[in-house]
Design a protein around this ligand. Structure first.
Ligand code: PBG
Ligand code: ZN
Length: 340
């Protein structure tokens, strides 16, 4: 009878036989602890101060920048397909609007506040998140307020970031996500929300780890936010800085963050796993940034990968590492690819 060479007598353990466990498509699905779902996807939306604009930027394939008058037509089919959440970024194209404190960030007639109001009104169930930063609105393109010698002024930067966040919340944002990496901004935002009596309505998502690197190029093209001088190394984390990421996580937990975000994604999944271990009681989000997304498109164009397959593989990797949510430029595709 049992002649198979798998039998222990032949020197091979019975545990070596795995393939029966994933022979059927359903059994293969069962191997995953969690599955991709539409509700996990947050779509970045770029809104400019040119009301009629609708342009694609070559370095960020398939992603458009919209003027306020073009936003609803673009969003409607996505919401109908099951889009649940967006994160808004403002873009200033008009000359002479950027200044040294980023006044345009929360200008009541600026792109972000206008977009919050419009989307809130037309899509009452859409979850509206706002990236909170100054680099898209300052004339020097840095994420905070600078001294004359170009160094950062921490305290005024944090106060300014705090008031921008509160103004987004007042306009109707469900979540504010500060990406500036200034020390102490989570606490400032939480205190500001308490003062505005919005602390029980608005989620504060901390970019716990935002690593400095080469992956933000297409974003800076579409948002026009490249620093005019210097770089961001005195506030974004060095790529080897796992310890700094852990310390930032502990600090931001103590400052009252409600959720955490790691960015970029693919090269930093160890940080995601560690963050999961350290803050398993919080929703954890990963941001597949513009450079990562553009690289996958470039590889697909060259015939190196299949775009859909690599997108699934990447996002399954985020799930395995422990992320529950993704900010992803692939969101529109996943709304087509996923059933629920
Ligand atoms: C603003 C901000 C940036 C990104 C998100 N928020 C740009 C930067 O820090 O230079 C990058 C996102 C992406 O590349 O997709 N600070
Ligand atoms: Zn910034």
């Amino acid at each position: 009878m049992h002649q198979a060479s798998y039998l222990p007598e032949s020197g091979t353990s019975i545990l070596s036989v795995l393939q029966g466990g994933y022979n059927h498509p359903l059994a293969r699905e069962w191997q995953a602890e969690r599955h991709l779902r539409k509700l996990m996807f947050i779509f970045p939306i770029f809104v400019s101060d040119d009301d009629e604009e609708e342009v694609e930027i070559p370095s960020l394939p398939r992603i458009k920048r919209h003027g306020i008058n073009k936003l609803l037509n673009y969003m409607k089919p996505l919401v109908e397909k099951g889009l649940k959440a967006v994160i808004l970024f403002g873009v200033i194209l008009k000359e002479g609007v950027k200044d040294d404190v980023g006044t345009a960030a929360d200008d009541p007639n600026g792109p972000v506040i206008q977009a919050i109001r419009l989307l809130r009104k037309h899509f009452p169930d859409l979850y509206i998140m706002c990236d909170v930063c100054l680099c898209e609105y300052t004339d020097h393109g840095h994420c905070g307020i600078l001294n004359d010698d170009g160094s950062l002024k921490r305290e005024p930067s944090v106060l300014r970031i705090g008031s921008v966040a509160v103004n987004y919340a007042k306009a109707g944002a469900n979540c504010v996500a500060p990406s500036d990496m200034m020390d102490g901004r989570i606490k400032e935002i939480k205190l500001g929300l308490i003062q505005a009596k919005l602390e029980n309505k608005v989620l504060v998502m901390s970019y716990l780890a935002k690593f400095l690197g080469s992956l933000y190029g297409p974003f800076r093209d579409i948002a026009g936010s490249a620093p005019s001088h210097g770089d961001r190394k005195l506030y974004q984390l060095p790529s080897g800085g796992a310890g700094l990421a852990r310390r930032a996580l502990v600090r931001d937990m103590e400052e009252g963050a409600d959720a955490f975000l790691v960015k970029p994604s693919t090269f930093y999944l160890d940080i995601v796993s560690e963050a999961l271990r350290m803050c398993k009681d919080y929703p954890l989000c990963v941001y597949q940034v513009s450079g990562e997304y553009a690289m996958l498109h470039a590889a697909a164009e060259k015939g190196v990968v299949d775009l859909k397959e690599i997108a699934f593989e990447a996002h399954n990797g985020f799930l395995r590492a422990g992320a529950r949510l993704f900010i992803s430029y692939f969101t529109p595709e996943f709304l087509d690819w996923l059933d629920e």
